[in-house]
Design a protein around this ligand. Sequence first.
Ligand code: HEM
Length: 346
Amino acid sequence: MTTNSDKAVAKEMVDIMHRPDGDPKLRPIHTNGIGVTGFFKASETAAEYSNSEPFQGNKIPVTIRFSNASGNKTRHDGWSDIRGMATRFHLNGPQDFDLIAMTLQEFFTPDVPSTLEFLKAARPTPYHSATPLQKIRDYLSLKVPKRNRYPHEDLSPDDGGKKYANKHKFAQLPIFQTASIGAPVSYARAAYHAVHTFIITAPNGKRNWVRFTWQPVAGVRPRPIGPDNKPDDDYLNQEIRDRLSDRETARFTLMMSLGEQEDEVNNCTKPWPLHRTRIVMGMLTLNHVLDAKAQESKIEKMSYNPCLLPEGIEPSDDPILHIRRTAYEISSKERHANRCPFAGGQ
Ligand code: HEM
């Protein structure tokens, strides 16, 4: 049940996310993206763990939007940034399934008050380059030295976040990883994590607490840092177009980790240990990049929502997952996108 106070907080979050170099008619974050279609087919094992439609082995059409996380309206594919992968499984049931994932393995904050505080603290600020002396001081005091400014980079996305991380231990891992995350050579050469815990039900009624990750079949490959890296280009869009032309495909396996007793299920700042049992739930095959007209009329007007789940997949009680439901709904309405799946709902 969404309360008026949830709506007020979610609205405040969306307002803060809009950057001065953004565009109110576009998404406040993950502003630049590209739409790709294909299909998902579950593995034979998947149906043993889940009675939900995506995991019964049928070929399910999908629409994916890959994105750069920045809210800057200008594309900068070579800039260091988190990347997003939003997947809609088009199902026969009453409700589709959206699985929204990013290249970071955990989120910055564990609850709603800390998220609001973090978003305010991490607002982009005018860029101040570090002097060579400052960089040496940073090295000597074991601090991550500030990276060089990209051409045309007027706002710094990291400074406020780093100050926040100095005061809040839970935010240190994601903030420091983000500051040095770099850029992938391709949207199809990165792993994407859905971060939250979901609950799935097996045919025998057993419920499992799980987390999902897309693993690229071609392997993870970051772009080398150096003179070859032209920061201002839009190579990621061109690369996926080239890759999927001539009947080529890009593939991802959907990996599902099974939570154990001691794992934090409602705290998305805490990644689960790497040695948790992982089940291969299926294979995603991408084979078509939508044309420019469909990008404009379909993909840029789409409203994904992390709480759009089919029967048999439930949200955990993670407060970040629940506030996202309302935040995405508000953002979609404000940018006049196609109706959010929950618009007019609770
Ligand atoms: C409280 C935490 C969060 C808030 C308030 C938030 C808010 C938003 C908003 C307002 C949008 C634009 C939605 C639209 O206009 O359609 C968005 C997009 C997006 N977010 Fe989040 N987000 C949060 C956490 C996360 C997390 C944990 C992930 C990754 C698991 C994530 C991944 C994405 C992606 C990939 C998109 C782009 C979706 C698309 O392509 O349409 N966000 N977020």
